[in-house]
Design a protein around this ligand. Sequence first.
Ligand code: KIV
Ligand code: ZN
Length: 516
Amino acid sequence: MSTATPASVVPATETITIFDTTLRDGEQSPGCSMNIDEKLEVAQALVDLGVDVIEAGFPIASPGDFEAVRAIARKFGSRATICGLARSRVEDIERARDAIMEAERKRIHVFLATSAIHRQYKLKMAKEEIVKTAVEMVSFAKSFVNDIEFSPEDAARTELDFLCEVVEKVIDAGATTVNSPDTVGYATPQHYFHVIRTLKEKVPNISKAVISTHCHNDLGLAVANSLSAIEAGARQVECTINGLGERAGNAALEEIVMALRTRKDYYGVDSRIVTQKLCATSRLVSNITGMKVQRNKAIVGQNAFAHEAGIHQHGMLQERSTYEIMRPEDVGYVGTNLVLGKHSGRHAFRDRITSLGYTLDDEAFQKVFTDFIELADKKKDIYDSDIQALIENRQQQLSEIWKLNRFHTTAGTGTIPTATLEMQHEDGRVVTDAATGDGPINAVFWAMERVVGLAVKLEDFKVSSVSQGKDALGEVNVSIRDGNRIFHGHGLSTDIIEASAKAYLQALNKALATPR
Ligand code: KIV
Ligand code: ZN
């Protein structure tokens, strides 16, 4: 039996740098692209969460990426280090430099693949050329910014002696952080431990740089590998909210942070993350990208703290720590506690909002309270998760080019599903139109497209319930494609046709507002 001292009483000796790449590696995953307002919203949440470094994008990739990194650097560059990614090319580094320049705390992240497979097939470069290019590009980046990270892409599959050589030379050239990407998710915990330990023991100047970990989840080992790297001496961990990322994703920030916090007794390190904000940040990223979090996902899944087995419930009633290693409130988990109803007043509602950890100004409070009253008219019991959804829904409301004034649908066996709707443009024009479809939701979508004058493809459509009961609030997430651009929308209502209409309209408004 473990005799470890409870984590809460063991002081951590060192602080790990949390490098979040949700806006770069996460955003690269199919269907997860975000527009500039969405990226700013996520960046705000990351700053509030206490992330140390935000990799805000890959500035050379597109003008949109460049503008987003620049806006994030300008707005948040005094509260977190803002990082821009660059290949080992002059033009990439210059673009990254220009994008992050306005940040007080800034970093350029230069990468070049080092593994034999990448050298031979992708880069067609010999080892000497790799070293030379990496050194030149790190020195070039260093002429603009002091904080330089170098990533030997596919480090986990690179010959260890060559990896050590590259790392030593880029540190001499000025790299202050050296990453060890497991680009293809090939590593296993002991193997990765060995890679990091070797860097720590064999690279003579390693004490001049921070060793970083960057793990992909192809074998489901990204978090385990990252923790193993920390044990071996890595002091920066690269991760994303909800483990978002290409293919099977990156290491999940919330899992790493809570593993370190819960097992401070073992790792002896901690982070600066405000863990109480983990669930809200997870929901925000999920709503913005349309990437749903599985119910049993560690830390932030809907079931992460639900004890169903009688024997567990019994134990919990005697003493929570029998079956609970983390307190739900420590990660901002909001369950489905029955809290309020139609007759709960403004006071009770404000109290509940405060205890859920939100601070709303009077105007925002009034709007959410109005939504609450409206909801309480339709739904008998209001749960914490309903209140949370109402608040987040208001926080995510963007400026609207078109508004839905009202709509009506007919559907049923033997009838042609039809939608009639009235919409209003921001210039005051009111337009009425109707359409038929495969079902009432489909008919609403067709009618909306006719009104706004945009034909798009529905890529993804998900309905879920926020709390429980037949009258539960329905939450709809949609993704639409306009050419090669993807937009996400989120809608909330006890009526799923209305929630779908709101979600679709939000996505259409984003498409209309984003220049091609
Ligand atoms: O996975 C990877 O190798 C990367 C690098 C650019 C750091 O994302
Ligand atoms: Zn990556």
